[in-house]
Write a protein that binds this ligand. Structure first.
Ligand SMILES: *Cc1c(COP(=O)(O)O)cnc(C)c1O
Length: 415
């Protein structure tokens, strides 16, 4: 066996392999042509201009077609789209929202920005929310649950919906990082009451910054559109009224036509990107599945995996630590999922530090909201035992081979 790079041996790769950011790798003439149209038309605002190109509107139409939903609205980010979804659902001060223990900080942060408080539900061995634990963290204040398909891995949404309906909870899907994932052929983002996507650069398709809200629910959608545009609904398309009872004060989370131009070109490329990532993932998994001591994180529907990541699991934290260090030394960029810590351990969340007076919105309840380090034991178990590998549609055969070679080399020495 060759000596590990971690111990001074020659690394598998001389330069670190990182080809994340799948969307920008597909940037090409389509994005350029759409952008040029908007610039030439001097109409970068979505609702009016000298020669409106309707890029955002056409992107929304494409989203509706691709996801088989009635409504979509482009917004400025997924964080914005989560706040919009919460506000559309009427959630605010005095409400609690269930968030999975294993997610990006924005899922919990958006709840606080909407004036509500996150409570955390443990995950199962998919590292996605455990549907059967939702009821354990719900109380009389709880209004909604947010689900997060992590790294392309579909959530058990059929069970989540059953459990949420029993408890009378709104279901918001934070599909930021998993556009293209599905369960039983039904896309993530279309199972719940409202779905939120990100177009930030780390996500599967991208405009640098951006987001989308989708829904089949007319009322929720109307409220989402109003909240994102100062309480207005500018495009009167039949089913909506502008009567005084429907009006409220909103925000500005509008998508610009420049963003829409790129988003419209990118959505056409989603299935190509996901298709290639699936091939890459299958190839790597097949080539390492015989290695004793490595387990793949469970995926509930292989066909529904958007395949933007591969997560390995080890039986001890020590093994995961040394494996991750050794793989990085070989030139393959990996880490434990979110640094191995549940989202509620991020200091500003754990210590409930908000920007508002008197720690609003945490001060809205009869009993204090208490977070403890060990409140989600499965998240605490799996996250530090994981090795998260970003996959790319742009990996060449040599890149895929390097990943396989490095994993086999490290496993042979360490496991
Ligand atoms: C990236 C991400 C977000 C935030 O998306 P932005 O568009 O950057 O606001 C929210 N939730 C999850 C799960 C994410 O991965």
């Amino acid at each position: 066996m060759s000596k590990l790079a971690l111990y001074g041996g020659a690394p598998v790769r001389k330069t670190v392999l990182y080809k994340g950011w799948p969307g920008i790798r597909e940037y090409g003439l389509e994005e350029i042509e759409n952008l040029v149209k908007v610039i030439k038309a001097r109409s970068p605002f979505r609702y009016y201009g000298p020669d409106l190109q309707n890029m955002v509107k056409n992107f929304e139409k494409s989203m509706c077609e691709r996801f088989g939903v009635k409504h979509a609205v482009g917004v400025t980010s997924c964080t914005a789209s989560l706040i919009i979804a919460l506000k559309a659902a009427g959630i605010g001060p005095g409400d609690k929202v269930i968030v999975p223990a294993c997610t990006f900080v924005a899922t919990a942060g958006a709840v606080v920005c909407a004036g509500a408080v996150p409570v955390f539900c443990d995950v199962d061995d998919t590292m996605n929310i455990d549907p059967y634990k939702i009821k354990d963290v719900a109380d009389k204040y709880t209004k909604a649950v947010i689900t997060v398909p992590l790294g392309g891995f579909p959530v058990q949404m059929d069970k989540v919906m059953e459990e949420a309906r029993k408890l009378g909870l709104i279901v918001i899907e934070d599909v930021a990082q998993s556009m293209g994932a599905s369960l039983n052929g039904k896309p993530m983002g279309t199972w719940g009451d409202i779905g939120c996507f990100s177009l930030q650069m780390n996500k599967i398709i991208t405009t640098g910054e951006g987001g989308v809200v989708i829904s089949n629910n007319d009322t929720l959608f109307e409220r989402a559109v109003r909240y994102h545009d100062q309480g207005q609904y500018r495009e009167q398309e039949g089913f909506l009224t502008n009567s005084a009872e429907h009006v409220f004060i909103g925000q500005n989370y509008r998508m610009s036509e420049l963003t829409g131009a790129v988003a419209l070109a990118q959505i056409e490329k989603l299935d190509i990107i996901v298709g290639r990532m699936k091939q890459v993932k299958k190839h790597i998994k097949d080539a390492i599945k015989d290695i004793p001591g490595i387990r793949f994180k469970r995926v509930i529907d292989e066909d529904g995996d958007a395949a933007c990541s591969l997560t390995l699991l080890f039986d001890t934290v020590e093994k995961a630590d040394i494996f991750n260090k050794a793989l990085n030394a070989e030139g393959i960029a990996v880490s434990a999922q979110y640094g191995g810590r549940p989202v509620y351990m991020i200091p500003q969340i754990f210590h409930q530090k908000t920007v508002d007076r008197d720690n609003f919105p945490f001060n809205q309840f009869d009993e204090p909201v208490v977070y403890t380090e060990d409140m989600c034991p499965n998240a605490n178990y799996y996250m530090p035992r994981s090795c998260f590998i970003s996959l790319s549609a742009e990996f060449e055969d040599g890149d895929v081979q390097d990943i396989i070679t490095a994993i086999r080399k490290v496993a042979a020495e360490i496991l």
